[in-house]
Design a protein around this ligand. Structure first.
Ligand SMILES: C[S@@+](CC[C@H](N)C(=O)[O-])C[C@H]1O[C@@H](n2cnc3c(N)ncnc32)[C@H](O)[C@@H]1O
Length: 233
C-alpha cells in the first residue's frame, strides 16, 4: 500500500513527464543541441548514469534488472548491451514509446521488456538488481523509504537509486520554486539530507538485511544528484 501523498505525487509526475515536459525531456535525453544550462544537466546525467552502471557487475549476462522510472530508456539499453534481461517501467506511455523507438537494432544477448506502470507494482516480479535513476527525487523521504522497502522484497542483490541531496543551493531553488504558481512549475524535487535518509533506512524493518554500500554525489551546473547503493547482506 502506498501513501495518499505518494499517489498524489505519482499523478502529478505522470502529467508532467507525459505531457507538460515530454518534448523537453525527449530533447534533453537525445543528442540534439540544447541550451548551455541544459547541457550541464545532460553532462551531469551522463556521469550519473555511468556511475550507476558502474555499481552493477561488469558481466550482466543472464542477470535480471528493473529500470524503475526508465524514461527514454538510456540506462536500460546500456545494461541490456552488457547482457542484462531488463524490465523497464515508467508512468509515461509517451516516454516508454520513445524508448522503444530509440532501441538499437541489436542488444546482443540482452533484452528489454518495456512496461507502462508504477515501479512499486509487485506484479513486475523479482530481479537481481533494481536501479532507479532520478525517479525517486520528487517523493518525500517516507515514500522513498517505502518504495525501497518494496524493492527489497523483490531484489536479490542490490538496489541502486539516486536522491536529491540537501545542499544550500537546492534548498534555495526549492524555496524559489514555491514562489511560482503551481500550474507553471514542475513537481518539486524533495531534497533529502544523507544523514536523515541513512537514519530512516536503518529504522526500516524491511531493510534489516541490507546495508548502504557506495554513494557518490554528482554536481554539474544545474544538476545535482547523489547515487546510493543498497546491498543485500
Ligand atoms: C527525472 S526522470 C528520469 C528518467 C530516467 N530514469 C533517466 O534517468 O533518464 C523520472 C522518471 O521517473 C518516472 N516515474 C516517477 N515516478 C514513477 C513511478 N512511481 N513509477 C514509474 N515511473 C515513475 C517519471 O515518469 C519519469 O520518466
Amino acid at each position: 500500500m502506498t501513501s495518499a501523498h505518494y499517489q498524489e505525487r505519482r499523478g502529478q509526475l505522470q502529467t508532467y513527464f507525459d505531457r507538460t515536459a515530454v518534448e523537453a525531456w525527449a530533447r534533453l535525453t537525445s543528442t540534439a543541441p540544447v541550451s548551455r544550462i541544459r547541457a550541464t544537466v545532460r553532462a551531469g546525467r551522463d556521469r550519473m548514469r555511468n556511475t550507476l552502471l558502474g555499481y552493477l557487475p561488469a558481466d550482466l549476462n543472464a542477470k535480471t534488472l528493473l529500470d524503475a522510472g526508465c524514461g527514454t530508456g538510456a540506462l536500460s539499453v546500456e545494461a541490456a548491451v552488457r547482457g542484462a534481461q531488463v524490465t523497464a517501467v515508467d508512468l509515461s506511455p509517451t516516454l516508454v514509446m520513445l524508448a522503444g523507438q530509440r532501441l538499437p537494432t541489436s542488444l546482443g544477448t540482452g533484452r528489454i521488456d518495456f512496461r507502462v506502470g508504477d515501479m512499486f507494482d509487485s506484479a513486475l516480479g523479482a530481479f537481481d538488481h533494481v536501479v532507479a535513476m532520478d525517479s525517486l527525487i520528487h517523493y518525500a523521504v517516507g515514500d522513498v523509504v517505502q518504495v525501497l522497502a518494496g524493492f527489497s522484497a523483490r531484489a536479490n542483490r542490490s538496489i541502486i537509486f539516486t536522491f536529491a541531496p540537501k545542499t544550500p543551493l537546492l534548498t534555495l531553488m526549492w524555496c524559489a520554486g514555491r514562489l511560482f504558481p503551481r500550474r507553471d512549475r514542475a513537481p518539486a524535487i524533495e531534497p533529502l539530507s544523507e544523514r536523515a535518509l541513512r537514519h530512516r533506512l536503518a529504522l526500516e524493518p524491511a531493510l534489516a538485511g541490507w546495508r548502504v554500500g557506495r554513494t557518490q554525489r554528482i554536481a554539474s551546473g544545474f544538476y545535482t544528484s547523489q547515487a546510493m547503493e543498497l546491498v543485500k547482506q
